[in-house]
Design a protein around this ligand. Sequence first.
Ligand SMILES: [Zn+2]
Ligand SMILES: [Zn+2]
Length: 274
Amino acid sequence: MKILSDTHIHSDNSFDAENTVLEMCQAAVENDISIIAITDHMEAPEIKLGDRSVFGNMIKQITNSVKDAEVANELMNGKLRVLRGMELGEPMHEPKLTKKAMAIADFDFVLASIHNIRNTEDFYYLNYDEVDVPDLLRCYFDELLETAENADFDSLAHLTYPLRYIIERTDIRPDLEDYSAVIDNILKTLVKRDKALEINTSGIRSIGITMPDIKIVKRFRELGGKYVTIGSDAHRNSDVGYMIEKGIETARTCGFEYFTVFEKRQPELIQIWY
Ligand SMILES: [Zn+2]
Ligand SMILES: [Zn+2]
């Protein structure tokens, strides 16, 4: 039987998303998806700001997100499994506060992300004419390695995230071969710690490739990677399930016979049907 999952979804409990958890669930059902994870944003450095954060109070937002996911899972009554997740940004910038975030609920699934390196803004906001791109990428991969080695999470989200903005907004086409040593170390660390690598399909829309691309996913497999999760990173209901089948196909092409979903932080392997 063909089973599709989308385990990277934002609801209106994220500052940058607009639809309710239920609306996201309805969109999943319409797209023949049988398992989703709601993974709203939790940016570790924002926790200390509480209500003063420009993103809103993230502790409250995640508390609500988890409640909404639980209610939706009940309402969907077996038609759709709704997992309680979180996208944890920059956990190593604030390890103590991160613990506080992890204690909000019994999460099913935790994604770890880097949206900004220390003491800079989100890659989304950077002016790439003023940035030393090779240096930025080196810092990004170093911080991801630090995260892969130390953070408490299940799957590493959208590896190569800055490429999306660099390729979209500049003529620079970074050659990832220049970073192959550190990328290998990240992948080896995931293997050693039994963590998953996310295949994020949102990059297909903006830059024509998954994040990470097929070459890195293949390398993860070569190095002994067992778990891949597939996520659309939908921020609105029309994007739920976006290119999920393409993401699964990418996993298959790279030698994975299964993709993974996490419930109660435990991996569950789902056979790829083709
Ligand atoms: Zn993200
Ligand atoms: Zn996301």
